[in-house]
Design a protein around this ligand. Sequence first.
Ligand SMILES: C[S@@+](CC[C@H](N)C(=O)[O-])C[C@H]1O[C@@H](n2cnc3c(N)ncnc32)[C@H](O)[C@@H]1O
Length: 275
Amino acid sequence: MNFIARRAASAFTIQLVAKRHHSTNIVANTISNDKNRLRLDEEKYCNDISSPLKEPFGGVLEALAKKTEAEFRNPHMMVSSLQGKLLHQLVSIFRPQHVLEIGGFTGYSAIAMGSALSPKATLLSLELDPKCIEFAQTFVNEAQLQDKVKFRQGPAIDSLAYLGQTITSNANKTKLDADKGGYIQYFDSILKHDLLSEKGILLVDNVLFFGHVYKQAGQISNQVEIDEEKHESASENINKTALKVHKFNQHVANDHRVESVSLPLFDGLTIIRKK
Ligand SMILES: C[S@@+](CC[C@H](N)C(=O)[O-])C[C@H]1O[C@@H](n2cnc3c(N)ncnc32)[C@H](O)[C@@H]1O
Protein backbone atom coordinates (compact mmCIF):
# COMPACT_ATOMS: atom_id res chain seq x y z
CA MET A 1 0.00 0.00 0.00
CA ASN A 2 1.11 3.23 -0.01
CA PHE A 3 2.07 6.62 0.17
CA ILE A 4 2.82 9.92 -1.00
CA ALA A 5 0.85 12.91 -0.34
CA ARG A 6 3.10 14.10 2.34
CA ARG A 7 0.50 14.72 4.96
CA ALA A 8 -1.57 11.70 4.21
CA ALA A 9 -0.99 8.64 6.28
CA SER A 10 -0.21 5.61 4.24
CA ALA A 11 -0.70 1.97 4.84
CA PHE A 12 0.88 -0.90 3.09
CA THR A 13 0.57 -4.62 3.49
CA ILE A 14 2.66 -7.54 2.44
CA GLN A 15 0.47 -10.60 2.47
CA LEU A 16 2.66 -13.51 2.65
CA VAL A 17 3.53 -14.99 -0.52
CA ALA A 18 5.14 -17.52 1.73
CA LYS A 19 1.74 -19.11 2.26
CA ARG A 20 2.12 -20.59 -1.18
CA HIS A 21 4.62 -23.01 0.23
CA HIS A 22 2.01 -24.98 2.12
CA SER A 23 -0.49 -25.41 -0.63
CA THR A 24 0.47 -29.02 -1.23
CA ASN A 25 -1.44 -31.65 0.76
CA ILE A 26 1.57 -32.84 2.68
CA VAL A 27 2.43 -29.38 3.84
CA ALA A 28 -1.18 -28.41 4.43
CA ASN A 29 -1.57 -31.44 6.69
CA THR A 30 1.47 -30.51 8.70
CA ILE A 31 0.21 -26.99 9.05
CA SER A 32 -3.23 -28.08 10.15
CA ASN A 33 -1.67 -29.95 13.08
CA ASP A 34 -0.45 -26.61 14.32
CA LYS A 35 -3.72 -24.78 14.00
CA ASN A 36 -4.40 -24.78 17.73
CA ARG A 37 -1.71 -22.22 18.25
CA LEU A 38 -3.71 -19.83 16.12
CA ARG A 39 -6.44 -19.84 18.82
CA LEU A 40 -9.11 -20.15 16.17
CA ASP A 41 -11.95 -20.51 18.70
CA GLU A 42 -10.93 -17.28 20.35
CA GLU A 43 -10.57 -15.62 16.96
CA LYS A 44 -14.11 -16.71 16.09
CA TYR A 45 -15.40 -15.24 19.35
CA CYS A 46 -13.56 -11.95 18.68
CA ASN A 47 -14.95 -11.87 15.16
CA ASP A 48 -18.47 -12.37 16.50
CA ILE A 49 -18.18 -9.44 18.91
CA SER A 50 -16.45 -7.13 16.38
CA SER A 51 -18.56 -4.75 14.31
CA PRO A 52 -19.64 -6.17 10.96
CA LEU A 53 -18.61 -4.26 7.85
CA LYS A 54 -21.51 -2.26 6.55
CA GLU A 55 -23.44 -3.35 3.47
CA PRO A 56 -22.89 -4.05 0.68
CA PHE A 57 -19.30 -4.83 1.79
CA GLY A 58 -20.09 -7.40 4.48
CA GLY A 59 -22.32 -9.42 2.15
CA VAL A 60 -19.89 -9.18 -0.76
CA LEU A 61 -17.01 -10.45 1.39
CA GLU A 62 -19.11 -13.32 2.72
CA ALA A 63 -19.96 -14.38 -0.83
CA LEU A 64 -16.33 -13.95 -1.93
CA ALA A 65 -15.10 -16.16 0.92
CA LYS A 66 -17.63 -18.91 0.13
CA LYS A 67 -16.76 -18.91 -3.57
CA THR A 68 -13.03 -18.88 -2.83
CA GLU A 69 -13.47 -21.93 -0.58
CA ALA A 70 -15.43 -23.70 -3.33
CA GLU A 71 -13.27 -22.85 -6.32
CA PHE A 72 -9.66 -22.51 -5.15
CA ARG A 73 -7.50 -25.34 -3.91
CA ASN A 74 -5.64 -23.08 -1.49
CA PRO A 75 -8.38 -21.03 0.19
CA HIS A 76 -6.32 -20.98 3.41
CA MET A 77 -4.34 -18.16 1.78
CA MET A 78 -7.30 -15.83 2.22
CA VAL A 79 -7.23 -13.49 5.21
CA SER A 80 -9.79 -14.24 7.89
CA SER A 81 -12.92 -12.23 8.53
CA LEU A 82 -11.36 -10.79 11.71
CA GLN A 83 -8.17 -9.82 9.85
CA GLY A 84 -10.34 -8.11 7.27
CA LYS A 85 -12.05 -6.13 10.03
CA LEU A 86 -8.68 -5.13 11.51
CA LEU A 87 -7.39 -3.95 8.11
CA HIS A 88 -10.63 -2.04 7.56
CA GLN A 89 -10.29 -0.41 10.98
CA LEU A 90 -6.64 0.56 10.38
CA VAL A 91 -7.48 2.21 7.06
CA SER A 92 -10.34 4.04 8.77
CA ILE A 93 -7.96 5.32 11.45
CA PHE A 94 -4.94 6.22 9.28
CA ARG A 95 -6.94 7.50 6.31
CA PRO A 96 -4.19 6.82 3.74
CA GLN A 97 -4.37 8.47 0.32
CA HIS A 98 -2.86 5.40 -1.28
CA VAL A 99 -2.78 1.82 -0.14
CA LEU A 100 -0.46 -0.71 -1.70
CA GLU A 101 -1.00 -4.42 -1.23
CA ILE A 102 1.43 -7.14 -2.20
CA GLY A 103 -0.47 -10.35 -2.77
CA GLY A 104 -4.16 -9.80 -3.59
CA PHE A 105 -5.34 -13.42 -4.02
CA THR A 106 -9.13 -13.36 -4.46
CA GLY A 107 -9.54 -9.82 -3.18
CA TYR A 108 -10.73 -10.22 0.41
CA SER A 109 -8.26 -7.81 2.04
CA ALA A 110 -8.40 -5.42 -0.93
CA ILE A 111 -12.17 -5.05 -0.50
CA ALA A 112 -11.94 -4.96 3.32
CA MET A 113 -9.46 -2.06 3.09
CA GLY A 114 -10.99 -0.50 -0.01
CA SER A 115 -14.35 -0.17 1.70
CA ALA A 116 -12.74 2.07 4.38
CA LEU A 117 -10.97 4.45 1.97
CA SER A 118 -11.82 8.12 2.08
CA PRO A 119 -13.42 9.58 -1.09
CA LYS A 120 -10.29 10.38 -3.13
CA ALA A 121 -8.08 7.60 -1.80
CA THR A 122 -7.10 4.53 -3.83
CA LEU A 123 -5.77 1.02 -3.35
CA LEU A 124 -3.50 -0.90 -5.69
CA SER A 125 -3.10 -4.64 -5.20
CA LEU A 126 -0.18 -6.48 -6.81
CA GLU A 127 -0.95 -10.05 -7.82
CA LEU A 128 0.85 -12.61 -9.94
CA ASP A 129 -2.08 -14.86 -10.87
CA PRO A 130 -4.44 -13.45 -13.53
CA LYS A 131 -7.13 -15.95 -12.49
CA CYS A 132 -7.14 -14.46 -8.99
CA ILE A 133 -7.44 -10.95 -10.41
CA GLU A 134 -10.33 -11.91 -12.67
CA PHE A 135 -12.13 -13.49 -9.72
CA ALA A 136 -11.40 -10.54 -7.39
CA GLN A 137 -12.48 -7.97 -9.97
CA THR A 138 -15.99 -9.47 -10.08
CA PHE A 139 -16.40 -8.87 -6.35
CA VAL A 140 -14.77 -5.44 -6.46
CA ASN A 141 -17.38 -4.50 -9.07
CA GLU A 142 -20.14 -5.97 -6.93
CA ALA A 143 -18.95 -3.83 -4.02
CA GLN A 144 -18.89 -0.84 -6.40
CA LEU A 145 -15.26 -0.18 -5.56
CA GLN A 146 -13.95 -0.45 -9.12
CA ASP A 147 -12.93 3.21 -9.26
CA LYS A 148 -10.90 2.97 -6.06
CA VAL A 149 -9.50 -0.57 -5.98
CA LYS A 150 -7.21 -1.65 -8.83
CA PHE A 151 -5.06 -4.70 -9.49
CA ARG A 152 -1.74 -4.89 -11.27
CA GLN A 153 -0.83 -8.31 -12.64
CA GLY A 154 2.75 -9.59 -12.63
CA PRO A 155 5.67 -10.34 -10.31
CA ALA A 156 5.41 -7.86 -7.46
CA ILE A 157 9.11 -7.03 -7.59
CA ASP A 158 8.67 -5.79 -11.17
CA SER A 159 5.57 -3.83 -10.25
CA LEU A 160 7.45 -2.19 -7.39
CA ALA A 161 10.23 -1.10 -9.73
CA TYR A 162 7.61 0.24 -12.15
CA LEU A 163 5.88 2.12 -9.36
CA GLY A 164 9.23 3.51 -8.24
CA GLN A 165 9.89 4.89 -11.71
CA THR A 166 6.39 6.27 -12.00
CA ILE A 167 6.79 8.09 -8.76
CA THR A 168 10.15 9.57 -9.72
CA SER A 169 8.86 10.85 -13.04
CA ASN A 170 5.58 12.12 -11.73
CA ALA A 171 5.81 15.82 -11.08
CA ASN A 172 2.60 15.80 -9.13
CA LYS A 173 4.00 13.19 -6.82
CA THR A 174 1.06 10.95 -7.29
CA LYS A 175 2.73 7.95 -5.89
CA LEU A 176 2.20 4.41 -5.11
CA ASP A 177 2.43 0.83 -3.92
CA ALA A 178 4.09 -2.72 -3.62
CA ASP A 179 4.80 -6.83 -2.45
CA LYS A 180 7.60 -9.88 -1.99
CA GLY A 181 9.48 -12.73 -3.77
CA GLY A 182 11.58 -12.70 -0.82
CA TYR A 183 10.07 -10.45 1.77
CA ILE A 184 13.49 -8.86 2.07
CA GLN A 185 13.47 -7.86 -1.60
CA TYR A 186 10.03 -6.31 -1.29
CA PHE A 187 10.90 -4.49 1.89
CA ASP A 188 14.13 -3.08 0.43
CA SER A 189 12.40 -2.13 -2.79
CA ILE A 190 9.64 -0.28 -0.95
CA LEU A 191 12.19 1.77 0.96
CA LYS A 192 14.48 2.23 -2.07
CA HIS A 193 11.64 3.56 -4.20
CA ASP A 194 10.28 5.64 -1.35
CA LEU A 195 6.88 3.94 -1.51
CA LEU A 196 6.18 4.31 2.19
CA SER A 197 5.30 7.82 3.30
CA GLU A 198 6.54 9.43 6.48
CA LYS A 199 3.30 8.68 8.26
CA GLY A 200 2.65 5.43 6.45
CA ILE A 201 2.65 1.98 7.93
CA LEU A 202 3.80 -1.29 6.46
CA LEU A 203 1.95 -4.37 7.69
CA VAL A 204 3.55 -7.75 7.22
CA ASP A 205 1.49 -10.88 7.70
CA ASN A 206 2.63 -14.41 8.65
CA VAL A 207 5.83 -13.37 10.39
CA LEU A 208 5.45 -16.35 12.75
CA PHE A 209 4.45 -18.83 10.04
CA PHE A 210 2.42 -21.24 12.16
CA GLY A 211 4.99 -21.25 14.96
CA HIS A 212 7.76 -22.53 12.74
CA VAL A 213 9.71 -19.27 12.58
CA TYR A 214 10.08 -19.23 16.33
CA LYS A 215 11.21 -22.86 16.36
CA GLN A 216 13.69 -22.34 13.54
CA ALA A 217 15.05 -19.24 15.23
CA GLY A 218 15.67 -21.32 18.38
CA GLN A 219 17.46 -24.04 16.44
CA ILE A 220 19.79 -21.67 14.71
CA SER A 221 20.39 -19.26 17.54
CA ASN A 222 23.89 -20.61 18.14
CA GLN A 223 24.87 -20.85 14.50
CA VAL A 224 27.04 -18.16 13.03
CA GLU A 225 25.39 -18.41 9.64
CA ILE A 226 22.08 -19.83 8.43
CA ASP A 227 22.45 -22.41 5.69
CA GLU A 228 19.08 -22.84 4.03
CA GLU A 229 20.21 -25.85 2.00
CA LYS A 230 20.75 -27.89 5.14
CA HIS A 231 17.12 -27.58 6.10
CA GLU A 232 15.47 -29.99 3.71
CA SER A 233 13.16 -32.62 5.15
CA ALA A 234 9.67 -33.61 6.27
CA SER A 235 8.32 -30.25 6.63
CA GLU A 236 11.13 -29.08 4.51
CA ASN A 237 9.23 -26.48 2.66
CA ILE A 238 7.89 -25.22 5.93
CA ASN A 239 11.33 -25.10 7.52
CA LYS A 240 12.79 -23.36 4.52
CA THR A 241 10.01 -20.82 4.48
CA ALA A 242 10.33 -20.33 8.23
CA LEU A 243 14.03 -19.64 7.82
CA LYS A 244 13.34 -17.10 5.11
CA VAL A 245 10.75 -15.38 7.26
CA HIS A 246 13.17 -15.43 10.21
CA LYS A 247 15.84 -13.80 8.04
CA PHE A 248 13.32 -11.19 6.99
CA ASN A 249 12.36 -10.52 10.61
CA GLN A 250 16.03 -10.06 11.51
CA HIS A 251 16.56 -7.87 8.46
CA VAL A 252 13.81 -5.51 9.61
CA ALA A 253 15.00 -5.59 13.23
CA ASN A 254 18.49 -4.54 12.10
CA ASP A 255 17.36 -1.79 9.73
CA HIS A 256 17.90 1.52 11.47
CA ARG A 257 15.64 3.38 9.04
CA VAL A 258 12.52 1.86 10.53
CA GLU A 259 10.83 1.10 13.82
CA SER A 260 8.78 -2.08 14.07
CA VAL A 261 6.70 -4.10 16.45
CA SER A 262 5.82 -7.76 15.89
CA LEU A 263 2.71 -9.22 17.44
CA PRO A 264 1.53 -12.81 18.02
CA LEU A 265 -1.75 -11.99 16.32
CA PHE A 266 -3.24 -14.26 13.68
CA ASP A 267 -0.16 -15.89 12.09
CA GLY A 268 2.13 -13.11 13.31
CA LEU A 269 1.78 -9.49 12.28
CA THR A 270 4.55 -6.89 12.09
CA ILE A 271 3.80 -3.18 11.94
CA ILE A 272 6.60 -1.05 10.50
CA ARG A 273 7.00 2.68 10.08
CA LYS A 274 9.84 4.93 8.99
CA LYS A 275 11.73 6.70 11.79
C1 LIG B 1 -1.49 -15.11 1.11
S1 LIG B 1 -2.10 -14.73 -0.47
C2 LIG B 1 -2.80 -13.13 -0.25
C3 LIG B 1 -4.10 -13.13 0.51
C4 LIG B 1 -4.95 -11.93 0.24
N1 LIG B 1 -4.35 -10.71 0.73
C5 LIG B 1 -6.36 -12.05 0.78
O1 LIG B 1 -6.89 -11.11 1.30
O2 LIG B 1 -6.94 -13.14 0.69
C6 LIG B 1 -0.64 -14.41 -1.38
C7 LIG B 1 -0.86 -14.04 -2.85
O3 LIG B 1 0.40 -13.61 -3.38
C8 LIG B 1 0.43 -13.97 -4.73
N2 LIG B 1 1.83 -14.01 -5.16
C9 LIG B 1 2.73 -15.00 -4.99
N3 LIG B 1 3.92 -14.66 -5.51
C10 LIG B 1 3.77 -13.42 -6.03
C11 LIG B 1 4.63 -12.54 -6.72
N4 LIG B 1 5.89 -12.85 -6.97
N5 LIG B 1 4.13 -11.35 -7.12
C12 LIG B 1 2.84 -11.01 -6.87
N6 LIG B 1 1.98 -11.80 -6.22
C13 LIG B 1 2.43 -13.00 -5.81
C14 LIG B 1 -0.23 -15.33 -4.78
O4 LIG B 1 -0.71 -15.61 -6.10
C15 LIG B 1 -1.34 -15.17 -3.74
O5 LIG B 1 -2.54 -14.81 -4.38
